[in-house]
Design a protein around this ligand. Structure first.
Ligand code: PNW
Length: 496
């Protein structure tokens, strides 16, 4: 059979199957059906959103301007010139959004509070109308038995704060804000996350300039911005504990997920080592209360300036670690680790090797991605995110605070959104998350990003991550196929 066409192959395959079909039923009956892949009892299922991405109402209720208002109104920064001025109008439609969560059977909702609604100038006098808005949202959630998980900073920084995250005083202002909100809302909220994704609001905002405020600073300046980000987190933890002693406090972090190329001991060890190194300015510092020596050495004169007491605050004990998981980074052992565990300074015998005990494999050109170019598909990353973090730092509890994907959704003439690609992404990630729970890692819950399509930062409304489709002209919300599927998962507490 030379030069067989696809069509011919199909015919041949069909014939083979038909012939073999005679014997198949008995064979398949003999196979044991696999047990339902249950999640642990009490596993929390939820969805996540963020204030600037869904609320709109940017000039209502006394809200001050944020860095994202300024950035989105700067020409050329956001796809199609989109802004969060209206977004999903959740500022007005929050009751409907809670109804969507209820329809899914969600037990929890991760939402964020817009700092500029609470302190329009970043510091000073709090704005009662802003706080009242969140009290109404929280009361609506509680009335529907949905536990709120509140992120205190998901990137919308009061524009009035001089210097933004370049200024140490922003970290101090953040702590005042976090303590104030914790005190005001702890009767309604048990779980607080200080900040969302350190690298996104520091590196993307101040190094690549893709996010607000759109700066491209030097490495030394960027390290200082990063330090202020994790300092805000640490001072925030202290402030929340002081004002809401019963609260559970954590962080939501897009840890760089290091996946061993092959699951053997050398590559697994390399991935663990890489996790600590690749997250050195952020999660490693937060969970160890110190910058890794290797990071300080590597950065040299560009290392951040640290004041006495900073690292103690940064290392404040957490009740849980939230992981935002989207994509893998593939890691292999590079041969530079000696038998006694030390690393050869000259690296290994391969020119591209790091000499750090691991190498990062670049994605081949044909590597599959979802609709956002950065969203490489590798569902085992959710397992390795949990495992690496637990093996290195033994947190008491882990939540997946975000997981989901963009897809080029279309509404069919019948008015449906058959997002089988998103469903494929989600189902595969949950398969690997179930492995983590079955192996006993303390994963307590999962928040799907996102409840509904929303303002996807620099991509504006051009990238849809929701399991509810949003028509941004009418604000109509339509459940996608993935929402139907997620409702089944939640109802059965198992993979479907
Ligand atoms: C997260 N990347 O952001 C955010 O927490 C959400 O607000 C956002 O909508 C969601 O993921 C989807 O993007 C990310 O470039 C931004 O790798 C950028 C990246 C990853 C996550």
């Amino acid at each position: 059979m030379t030069n067989i066409t696809r069509r011919q192959f199909g015919k041949v395959a069909a014939t083979t199957t038909a012939l073999a079909g005679v014997a198949l039923p008995e064979f398949s009956l003999a196979q044991p059906k696999s047990a339902p892949r249950q999640f642990p009892p009490g596993f929390l299922w939820g969805c996540a959103t963020a204030a600037y991405q869904i609320e709109g109402g940017v000039r209502e209720g006394g809200r001050g301007a944020s860095n994202w208002d300024l950035f989105s109104h700067s020409p050329g920064k956001i796809a199609n010139g989109d802004t969060g001025d209206v977004a999903d109008d959740s500022y007005h439609l929050y009751k409907e959004d809670v109804r969507l969560l209820k329809e899914l059977g969600a037990g929890a909702y991760r939402l964020s509070i817009a700092w500029p609604r609470i302190f329009p100038n970043g510091t000073g006098q709090p704005n009662a109308a802003g706080l009242d808005y969140y009290k109404r949202v929280l009361d609506e959630l509680l009335a529907n038995n949905i536990a709120p998980f509140v992120t205190l900073f998901h990137w919308d920084l009061p524009a009035a704060l001089p210097g933004g995250w370049q200024s140490r005083s922003t970290a101090l202002a953040y702590a005042d804000y976090a303590g104030y909100v914790a005190r005001q809302l702890s009767d309604r909220v048990r779980h607080f996350m200080t900040t969302n994704e350190f690298s996104s609001f520091t590196d993307l905002g101040y190094s690549s300039g893709l996010f607000a405020p759109g700066l491209k600073l030097s490495p030394a300046e960027v390290n200082q911005v990063r330090h202020h980000g994790i300092l805000a987190h640490g001072l925030g933890v202290e402030a929340i504990r002081a004002n809401a002693p019963a609260a559970q406090v954590g962080v939501a972090e897009n840890v760089t997920v290091c996946v061993p190329v092959i699951e053997d001991s050398a590559n697994i060890e390399a991935a663990r080592r890489a996790t600590r190194e690749e997250n050195a300015p952020f999660l490693t510092a937060v969970l160890e209360g110190a910058y890794a020596e290797s990071y300080l050495k590597r950065e040299g004169a560009n290392a951040p300036h640290v004041e006495p007491g900073d690292m103690k605050a940064i290392g404040s004990r957490l009740d849980f670690v939230g992981l935002n998981v989207y994509s893998p980074v593939y890691i292999r052992a590079d041969g530079s680790v000696r038998a006694d565990g030390s690393v050869r300074a000259d690296g290994s015998n391969r020119a591209e090797d790091s000499g750090r005990g691991y190498a990062i494999e670049p994605y081949p050109a044909s590597y599959p991605r979802m609709a956002s170019p950065w969203l490489y598909l590798g569902p085992e990353c959710i397992y390795w995110a949990v495992r690496n973090v637990c093996d290195l730092w033994h947190p008491k509890a882990v939540y997946i605070t975000e997981n989901g994907c963009s897809a080029d959704d279309v509404v069919t003439p019948a008015g449906r959104i058959e997002d089988i690609d998103r469903l494929m992404y989600l189902r595969n990630h949950l398969t690997h998350l179930e492995r983590a729970t079955a192996e006993g890692f303390p994963v307590k819950g999962y928040f799907l990003w996102s409840l509904m399509d929303n303002f996807e930062w620099a991509d504006g409304f051009s990238k849809r991550f929701g399991i509810y489709y949003v028509d941004f002209k009418t604000q109509h919300r339509i459940p996608k196929l993935s929402a139907e599927w997620y409702r089944e998962v939640i109802a059965r507490n198992a993979l479907v």
